[in-house]
Design a protein around this ligand. Structure first.
Ligand SMILES: *Cc1c(COP(=O)(O)O)cnc(C)c1O
Length: 355
């Protein structure tokens, strides 16, 4: 028998979640963010499930070309633009759209020649201070861009730092408007959190990522409350059962000491599979569909589950690490991280099956 761990990708959940996006932003076009191998779900698998969207956003030229060569005719946007001048020829050849966020990228475009026009998403830094032109450089950048003979359509873009938090988008959105409202150009602002909470930011294009994969961007609101369905379930099995007496120690560093006699299941899933090593004792886990908790430290290939509430669980019992009936956000929170990191961390050795 092969090792029992698998990631089940629920393509119907992806389809459902795209509908939730459509309903939340009915007048905007949808740029589905499929970077990082579709947040760990598989680039082409996700793109196929989401083929009703209007475009895809990726990081690298390789991902963009893979999508084109697989036959996707939608808009494809490179979220950080090109990293080298020579990439522009491939951009034109495959009719990709690019973010432009530096003066260097503008210089490259000025020198470029192609019979095909290149559509640009010009990025403004409205306060996140990651990518984009500052307020005092922006109009000059726009003017320089408009002199490029290869220039196609321009869309104005920014990215919010706190759309999922109490601080919200107000300040950045106001700055964006102040700079751009006289220009009458299409805009692209909203990540999942802003898309759901700030309809005023929708503009021409929205850029949802995490919500398409069925996780909530918010701490205070669950995915289920938002109508989202988990697109990935990571499942495995109990491969051994240990009986420990009160006071006995479990796992590396003896990190867990049994407070009473216990049955403990050893599960075939560890940090080399992408499970977070920082998830300590008490992280939720499902065994035979029943919610219990992990105990002790996560090893490279295994972790421990408390079988105390499950007297009939045994070797071969089904385990869900996250997914259906166990939101990935909850596991992430127990590990001091966010759902994004867990989904993206799925290791290659965890095979994907579609359901
Ligand atoms: C990743 C990313 C998104 C998607 O964000 P979510 O929070 O996953 O919806 C949108 N825009 C940019 C620029 C990104 O890098």
């Amino acid at each position: 028998m092969t090792r029992p761990i698998q990631a089940i990708v629920h393509t119907s959940a992806l389809v459902n979640n795209l509908l939730v996006v459509r309903q939340a932003a009915p007048s905007a076009k949808i740029l589905a963010v499929v970077k990082a191998n579709g947040y760990g779900h598989g680039l082409l698998r996700v793109a196929k499930a989401l083929e009703e969207c209007d475009g895809f956003a990726v990081l690298s030229l390789e991902e963009a070309v893979r999508l084109r060569e697989a036959g996707f005719a939608q808009t494809i946007l490179l979220l950080e633009g090109v990293f080298e001048e020579t990439e522009l020829a491939v951009v034109a050849e495959h009719q990709l759209n690019i973010v432009v966020h530096t003066q260097e990228q503008i210089e490259w475009l000025k020198r470029a020649w192609s019979p095909v026009r290149i559509n640009v998403f010009l990025k403004l830094n409205t306060g996140m201070n990651r990518l984009g032109f500052a307020a005092d450089q922006f109009l000059q950048a726009l003017a320089a861009l408009q002199t490029c003979s290869v220039l196609g359509r321009i869309t104005l873009m920014t990215h919010f730092a706190c759309a999922d938090e109490a601080a919200g988008v107000r300040e950045q959105y106001a700055r964006f408007n102040l700079l751009t409202q006289a220009l009458a150009l299409p805009s692209c602002l909203s990540n999942s959190a802003a898309l759901l909470r700030n309809p005023e930011t929708h503009g021409a294009w929205v850029r949802p990522g995490i919500m398409l994969y069925g996780a909530s961007p918010f701490v205070e609101q669950s995915a289920a409350e938002l109508g989202l369905q988990a697109a990935m379930s990571v499942v495995s099995k109990v491969i051994a059962v240990q009986r420990v007496k009160a006071g006995e120690r479990v796992g590396y560093g003896n990190a867990y000491i049994a407070e009473s006699d216990k049955r403990i299941g050893v599960v075939a899933c560890g940090y080399a599979d992408g499970y977070p090593r920082h998830a300590g004792s008490g992280t939720p886990i499902l065994v035979d569909g029943v919610r219990t908790q992990t105990l002790g430290r996560v090893s490279m290939d295994m972790l421990y589950a408390d079988l105390t509430p499950l007297p009939s669980a045994d070797v071969g019992s089904a385990v869900t690490l996250w997914g259906e009936n166990l939101p990935v956000e909850e596991v992430a929170r127990a590990a001091g991280t966010i759902s994004y990191e867990l989904l993206c961390a799925r290791a290659d050795r965890v095979p994907v099956i579609e359901a």
